[in-house]
Each structure stands twice: as C-alpha cells, then as structure tokens.
Write a protein that binds this ligand. Structure first.
Ligand code: ZN
Length: 264
C-alpha cells in the first residue's frame, strides 16, 4: 500500500501517553450506518483483557448507545455487529509497518466498517508500554472515504485494560470508536475525545457532539418557524373548561330562580 500518514492514537491509564499522528485530512465513512465488529483471530483470541469476545461486543453496544448515537445533530449511527473469525495476523501482527508515522500494515486492512481485535504484540511494536490500552487506525482508505478501520486492544499479559471497570472499558472503546470514524483528540477536558482522564468519561461533551456533527452533519428539513402568543387557544382542555364554567353559571342561576341557592 502506498505510504500514507494516517492516524495512530494511543490512550493509556494514569500516566497517559496520547499520541496523534494525523495528516489532518477529513476522512469519513461514506455511509450513515457503520458496524463495529469483533474479530476473533484464529489461534489468538482475547486471552488477557479480562473479557471474551462476546462480552466485548456487549461493551461495544453500550459504548455506541451511551455515547455516539446520542449526538442529535449527527447522521452517523453506529451498530454493534458480530463476532467474526479473522486471520491470525490480527492477533499477532504489527498495526503499522514502520516509523514515527503510520504506514498501515496491508495484511491487517479491514474490508469494511470497524473491526476490534485483541493483539498480543509478540514483536513489542504495537504497545510501547503496558499503559497503552489500544491503538486505532483507519487502514482502508479510498480518497477521503474510510472503508475500514482497525481498533487493536493491548492483549499482552502486562496490559492494564483488564483492571478497568466495565464503565471505564465502555468509555475506552467509545473513545477508540471516535478515532475509527475520523475524530482526533479534543483539547477540551470535559470530552470523551480528550486524550486523558479515562475515568471521568460518562457522556459525550459538547466538543464531541461538535466533532461528529462536523464530520457527519444531519440534514435538517427546512421548516417555517413561528411564535404563538396564545398557545392555549389550541388546547381542547380550554374549551372543555369554558363549557363546564357556562354550565355551572347556568345551574347557579337556576338555583337562584328557585331560591334554592346555597349560602356559604
Ligand atoms: Zn485517543
């Protein structure tokens, strides 16, 4: 594959190492619905991260539902896909071929959508320290379209991912999915896409919503805006109240006529 400087993102735990090697291109999926699949590398399943592939898929489902699918001004919908068998290379291979920039390893190109794999990194090239939890690379690009992105979770025996709570794992995966569909890091601390502070990510921040909405704007229908100074006039309860009022007045008048009007 022609050398491209794409994204390589790292997140880690307390002493966060966050690196963004990005060519600043506006790369996006050219469709509105993107699946997030789990790759079960033959002979090299997820063995050290504390969850199996099916639980990882459940975490993905929560990650997209709690975060990205709640951006009201974005057209992108992310779906948890399925657990798929993939080549053994995904569990052992290098995500990048070389260098300070990432030349994506063509052997790990993702055909379509987003693929998450566990990688044991026997060559020690993917995860420079146990604190690096995951790496994400859109590694199948056509023009400015992302065809496929790879999220690689650190599955070395020394990885720190396994010590995270389920909620933290959800936010970590949601963060990586953000990279997979085209976002970089946010400088705003109260953001899912901030490079640090994994623990406090509970919801999308305004900057996250701005980011996904910039990349995947939702087409809003053109409507006429209006302001109604008397909205109650359309409320049927108003008419019902008036009707009951007239009936009561008529009844009281009738009681007065019969000199049976109650005295209070
Ligand atoms: Zn990141």
């Amino acid at each position: 594959m022609k050398a491209l400087i794409l994204f390589v993102f790292f997140i880690s735990m307390a002493q966060v190492q966050a690196f963004t090697l990005n060519n600043s291109a506006t790369l996006t999926f050219n469709k509105n619905e993107v699946k997030v699949n789990i790759g079960n590398a033959s002979g090299r399943p997820c063995t050290n991260i504390g969850v199996d592939e099916n639980e990882l898929l459940s975490i993905v489902s929560d990650a997209v539902d709690q975060y990205w699918n709640r951006a009201p001004t974005s057209r992108l919908k992310l779906r948890a896909g399925s657990v798929k068998s993939v080549a053994a290379a995904y569990g052992t291979g290098d995500i990048c071929n070389s260098g300070t920039s990432c030349d994506p390893n063509p052997a790990l190109a993702v055909d379509s959508d987003i693929l998450i794999v566990c990688n044991g990194d026997p060559s020690d090239h993917n995860f420079s320290s146990a604190g690096v939890l995951a790496i994400t690379v859109p590694n199948n690009i056509s023009g400015k379209d992302i065809l496929g992105s790879l999220i690689m979770i650190n599955d070395k025996t020394t990885n720190q991912f396994k010590y995270k709570s389920r909620d933290e794992k959800i936010s970590i995966i949601a963060h990586e999915i953000g990279h997979a569909f085209g976002l970089g890091h946010s400088p705003v601390k109260d953001s899912l896409m901030y490079y640090a502070t994994v623990n406090m990510r509970k919801f999308l921040g305004a900057d996250d919503i701005d980011g996904i909405s910039y990349l995947y704007p939702k087409q809003q229908p053109v409507t006429c805006g209006s302001v109604d100074l008397n909205p109650d006039k359309k409320n049927p309860n108003t008419w019902l109240g008036l009707f009951i009022g007239f009936v009561l007045i008529a009844l009281l008048n009738q009681l007065r006529y019969l000199k049976l009007r109650p005295r209070f």
